[in-house]
Design a protein around this ligand. Sequence first.
Ligand code: CA
Length: 355
Amino acid sequence: MTGQTNKNGIRTDVGYKRIATEEAFITRELLDIYVKMLKEGSHDDPGFGSLWGFYATNLQAERPRIINERLQDIGERRIADMDAAGIDVAILSLTSPGVQILPRDLAIAQARLANDQLADAVRKYPDRFAGLVAVAPQAPEEAAKELERGIKELGFKGVIINSHTQGEYLSDQKFWPILEAAEACDAPIYLHPNTLPKGMVEPFIECGLDGAIFGFGVETSFHMLRIITSGALDRFPNLKFVLGHLGEALQYWMWRIDYMHEATVRSKRYESLKPLKKKPSDYLKENVWITTSGQQFEPAIKYAQEVLGKDRVMYAMDYPYQYVPQEVADLDNMDMSPEDLKAFYQTNAEKLFKL
Ligand code: CA
């Protein structure tokens, strides 16, 4: 390999910025609340118990301890990790389930606190960090206001929704004030995984597949599809969604989804499945952008570029959960033109998030 490299052999003269778009953090305050809820058993969410029982209370083990430490740092340690992995800019968001597991009033307060702390970090490192605003969907009107404060006052670039909120989905019209505010602010909604809700999670926990290995993708792709089939994107046609983990695989499904959606609507089998202005895949192509986060698989990235468009596929690392310092060295070497690599790493994210 010619050219300049960092200590891990990652090129530093590639001609593009590497922007990582799905990078997680947590506040000390929210982590303490999770620990308290887990100890007291004051939650009714086995998926949360499985995930955060591991990451928050199991700190003698290596993986949870390191993840826990890294999640809490939005300063020098994170920047050193970014430097080691060749990441120029990280778009930070409150880790799953964010405040969405909390009771309403506590959730509103903790979202504000997290947003204020993140805004401080972005102010301190404006060339390295950008942020997504966290909201409490439990209180849709308050969430809409906090979204607007985050975008207009704190300078955030979008909003993070950690999928379902205590078993409820953004397809439900009670949440549409949030969609309305996001569209009005032209703020992309990053629909990030949550653990499966109570009614779905037990068979996944039973076999150990409830987490990032598979269950997250099932839950989040289902959520995005519910939003599409609810007609929300006919009501808010300029809304922008972002899906991680290479679109949570929805682009692989889209041909059959289109076929079965048309057939099922025509059959009038379900009152809830109504006609849409466009095919489900059209919304996927026009209202949704996707990121790689933890799916560093060249054939799958190219397929996504082919069917969704090269302007729709962006890089994400998914720090700290999948921190692989060598990752970008592999992605730099994808069989792709320099222009396409620059779009993938840099300019698609700059345009969408207005960086
Ligand atoms: Ca993530």
